[in-house]
Design a protein around this ligand. Sequence first.
Ligand code: SAM
Length: 271
Amino acid sequence: MAAPMGHHVAAMPAEEEEKEEAGPGSWEPSGAAPYGNFPHYSRFHPPEPRIGLLPVGLLQSLFPAQGSVPRPLLGLDVGCNSGELSIALYRHLTAPPAAGTGLGPAPDLHLLCCDIDAGLVERARRACPFPGALSFVPLDIMDPTAREPVLASFLARHGRPAFDLGFCMSLTMWVHLHHGDAGLRALLALLASLCRFLLVEPQPWRCYRAAARRLRRLGRRDFDHFRSLGIRGDMAQNVAQILTGELGMELHSCFGTTPWDRSLLLFRAAP
Ligand SMILES: C[S@@+](CC[C@H](N)C(=O)[O-])C[C@H]1O[C@@H](n2cnc3c(N)ncnc32)[C@H](O)[C@@H]1O
């Protein structure tokens, strides 16, 4: 049974992510969420403990104002689920600074949020209190034919060649399990090529084992790539190694770890 929003988070093992039970309206009758498309993900891993790790005034410090009319920033949130984290990120990052902090106003932010599960995207759209600033689209980010027009038209609409900030929150494991080592590398390469800054919350290896166990318990076939993955072990380090060693990004900050023991890592494209 899902924990109520915001309760028992610190005591909850990371494996809970893979244990969510099927309920009315769940993704499919067996309760399987093979892409991490849990219908109530934010009850297990709510936004607040993650948002709380991000410094106040983050956008102002990453993107110091240039010129008298600051241009809006563009963000890409991949694997947005039903939008709770995207909305919380937007609120946090654009909150007016408290008096006395010396921070200027936060820049405008436009977020393109996508998820492979169209039902979750529809829920996100309906619940979003900032429809002018957040766009939710159904999209498999690993499908080049589908993603190119979506990304290109968003960027063209804003007259920009790339995103200022990307969010890849609790997504890496699902892409890795479905697309293998090459898929994980391709996802990170795509995001590194699209985003000046990239915030990543990789799932640790024990979540992979729990996800595979869960599938077996449901009588499903194993993830195509689970047994053959060569990238394993310390996943935060592996992801950082790929982004910095192979893809030329720099580690900008480690904002700490969530109560469910996932690192929040910010990378930036090399100047
Ligand atoms: C575990 S949830 C994380 C949700 C949210 N990012 C968070 O951290 O609260 C992972 C999400 O990634 C989505 N996802 C998995 N593979 C994807 C893909 N190839 N393209 C887009 N979304 C994907 C799933 O549907 C799911 O909603």
